[in-house]
Write a protein that binds this ligand. Sequence first.
Ligand SMILES: *Cc1c(COP(=O)(O)O)cnc(C)c1O
Length: 378
Amino acid sequence: MIKKNLLLTPGPTPVPSEVLLSMARPAIHHRTPQFMAIFKEMNENLKYVFQTKHDVFTFACSGTGAMEATVANLLSGGDTAICVQAGKFGERWGEICKAYGITAVIIDVEWGDAVTPEQIKKALDQHKNAKAVFTTLCETSTGAGIDLKAIADVLRPRAAVLVTDAISALGGMELRTDEWGVDVVVSGSQKGLMIPPGLGFCSISPKAWQLVEQSKSPRYYFDFRAAKAALDKTDTPYTPAVSLCIALNEALKMLRQETLEQAWARQRRLCEAIRAAMLALGLKLYAKKPAEVVTAVCVPQGVDGEKLVKIMRDDYGITIAGGQEQLKGKIFRFASLGFVNEFDIMTGISCLEIVLAKLGYTFTAGAGVGAAQKIFAA
Ligand SMILES: *Cc1c(COP(=O)(O)O)cnc(C)c1O
């Protein structure tokens, strides 16, 4: 059988052909007016997607690099920070803080659940010296989303800054950085932004910038001060990932043309259809408050979850994600992130049905596809 590959994973995600082709053009040098024009446009488009008028720094790294850069630039050893831990990616904030000698006050949230503004308020009241609160907008490991706007309201009158990992959420879930008052938004290139892995981003508010100037943590390549000095001149301190920047600019132009509001609405609709399909198949959703870019689904009794993902990928070319850590084999994650439309979702659900049936799960054939199609036809 001819194999066609479709990525329905929470990163990496499908890359549009216009974007792929932009990377196939002959290389250009980065210290040229040619690159500068692209870089300028890319930065303006990034501000639009981040919904901020402040700086967005771009680094040649994956999302985790941008997370580490944020910790190193905001805090110093001995500082206290509050870290929300509701899954694998929330845990990462705590681990990075630990690596930099920062005392992490952990708000431990049951996996699948979302932190509440009240929990953040309580932690801040108990730890008045906390300089930052680290959150995850979409906890990709569990598929749960948080109410970041309400959390930002808690932080607004306080000294602590609000940081959110929007690596999977940016471009897919509503996020109004300046309007809500989110001080640092961290993201990566291979999820909602429709390009391959390799770029990490940090947006920064003036409130957070004060911490950057005070931080005593060691940093060199990821020093926000160097990044800002260069960015002020539409430049980068070191060689940027030229081809990825070119690709990003093309992808952001597409996103801008669709409009961010439309992209958010598209993701909402895709996730609504995925959820309806799963329920129609008699499956249970894992997250209590599902995010709008990835849907975590409990593997039904008697079905081998790892085999499900493997057969879909190896026999049919459709890649979804399994569970991580304690959720290995227990959930699968069906993403709609990035360059994905209704028919990609229909294809994914159809493949899921075929493989579920192969693995001995009983349901009415076509029930999931039908439920999704009903939503798309409405
Ligand atoms: C993917 C992801 C990360 C990790 O990003 P890398 O690019 O793999 O370093 C961190 N946080 C969240 C929420 C993610 O979805």
